[in-house]
Write a protein that binds this ligand. Structure first.
Ligand code: DOR
Ligand code: ZN
Length: 423
């Protein structure tokens, strides 16, 4: 049988590392066996994991490409081992109807280095305008960059959301609560107090009470005591797991929801290490130096698409993060949520993976990242970066450098309504 490429290496598969050969055809894994070669055989040194899936990035294209654009954002993703991204709709002109979605797609389509899907922004009543290929919907229950918080979701909204067969992702901070505690924060501690945990908890109650089909609570930064999440999928971010409001990070640590106090952060981290969340996403939210000049007026958002996996691999290499939790949170569960043939090393799955040498721990140097604006509060953190990255069967990174500007695929979703399916 002919393969486009055969990759050999130490693959993490079904809970263990195995020395395997993978025959790739048309971007997919066509055969897996102990050892075989093809006309073109590539040995991947190190441990090989399924490509990362980042369900939450803000690449700002179109509208604010001085902060990021789809090429720089997706190149960063690839350098960090993330081969699939889902891009948020809070562009300068929000993606909340068919035309805006089509326009965005036509702009970003030819320049994505990673496979990608696009969100649409849900506002009360705009259900019928939503593009059916949207990977998911985003609802801001509290205002943040380029958005205002949604206060009332009525009966018709609930019906639409419940029938929407893809994930509905909530920015879970309650708008009214935010307004009642708003202040002009001068530091991380004050920012935390100006958007307190109770606003997050109130929004989580709203999400639970909506009782919809596939709800996701984005970037959970604190969890209400004794709260039953039910079917709510919980996403966490590296910054809420590892940073807190007592660190001297200035405006580059300003983010919504805010970094919490050390106790809350440490308890979030320990739940994560125990595998109690569903997935980890970066919430990559770039801003310019001008946007971050002073704390009070500085915009909220931290970059992270390139460092998400390397930081977690740093924890893995030290034996802090169990490998099965790592794989579940970074690719397997996001693939399940979005119903993708990804996130596993198996026949029929997309040939997306990366190889790392877990002994090569190094400190993050923000000057070496590939975003347009590379300031990060994770500068100096220990991390392990991928040496080789394969996307759709093509090796795109070799020894840490991009060798092929192969472009990723757009992932269109067919959002069948539940009622259509039963017709
Ligand atoms: O800090 C944040 N930045 N939180 C958000 O919800 C939006 C994001 C952005 O787009 O800048
Ligand atoms: Zn976000």
């Amino acid at each position: 049988m002919q393969y486009d490429t055969v990759y050999t290496g130490n693959f993490y598969r079904d809970g263990k590392y195995e020395r395997l050969s993978l025959g790739i055809r048309d971007g997919k894994i066509a055969r897996i066996a102990r050892s075989f070669t093809g006309e073109r055989t590539v040995e991947l040194s190190g441990a090989v994991f399924p490509g990362g899936i980042d369900s939450h990035v803000h690449f700002r294209d179109p509208g604010e490409t001085e902060k990021e654009d789809f090429s720089t954002g997706t190149a960063s993703a690839i350098y960090g081992g993330t081969t699939t991204v889902f891009d948020m709709p809070n562009n300068l002109v929000p993606i909340r109807d068919y035309e805006a979605y089509e326009r965005k797609l036509s702009i970003v389509r030819g320049k994505s280095y990673a496979d990608f899907g696009l969100y649409s922004l849900y506002m009360p009543g705009n259900g019928p305008l939503i593009h059916e290929e949207s990977s998911s919907l985003k609802i801001f229950l509290g205002g943040s960059t380029n958005t205002v918080g949604v206060k009332d979701l009525g009966h018709k909204d609930r019906i639409f959301l419940n029938e929407f067969s893809k994930p509905v992702v909530f920015h879970a901070e309650d708008e009214e609560c935010l307004r009642s505690s708003a202040s002009e924060p001068r530091n991380l501690r004050e920012h935390n107090l100006s958007r307190p945990e109770r606003c997050e908890w109130k929004a989580l109650e709203t999400v639970r009470d909506l009782a919809i089909n596939k709800p996701v609570a984005a970037h959970v930064s604190s969890t209400p005591p004794d709260f039953q999440f039910g079917n709510i999928v919980q996403e966490v971010t590296p910054h809420h797991l590892l940073l807190n409001d007592s660190m001297e990070l200035g405006p580059w640590g300003k983010v919504n929801p805010p970094l919490r106090d050390r106790t809350t952060q440490e308890s979030l981290l320990s739940s994560f290490l125990d595998g109690r969340f569903y997935m980890i996403s970066s919430d990559h939210a770039p801003h310019t130096e001008g946007d971050k000049q002073d704390f009070e007026h500085g915009k909220s958002g931290i970059i992270g698409v390139e460092t998400r996996l390397p930081i977690m691999l740093g924890l893995l290499s030290k034996g802090i993060l169990p490998v099965e939790v790592y794989v579940r949170m970074t690719c397997q569960n996001p693939a399940r949520l979005f119903e993708l043939n990804k996130g596993r090393i198996d026949t029929g799955y997309d040939a997306d993976f990366y190889a790392v040498d877990l002994k090569q721990v190094r400190r993050i140097n923000q000057n070496r990242l590939h975003s347009k604006v590379t300031f990060t509060p994770f500068d100096g953190f220990e991390a392990v970066f991928p040496q080789h990255v394969v996307l759709g069967g093509n090796q795109v990174i070799e020894n840490g450098e991009m060798i092929d500007d192969h472009f990723g695929k757009y992932i269109p979703f067919a959002n069948k309504r539940k009622k259509d399916e039963t017709e």
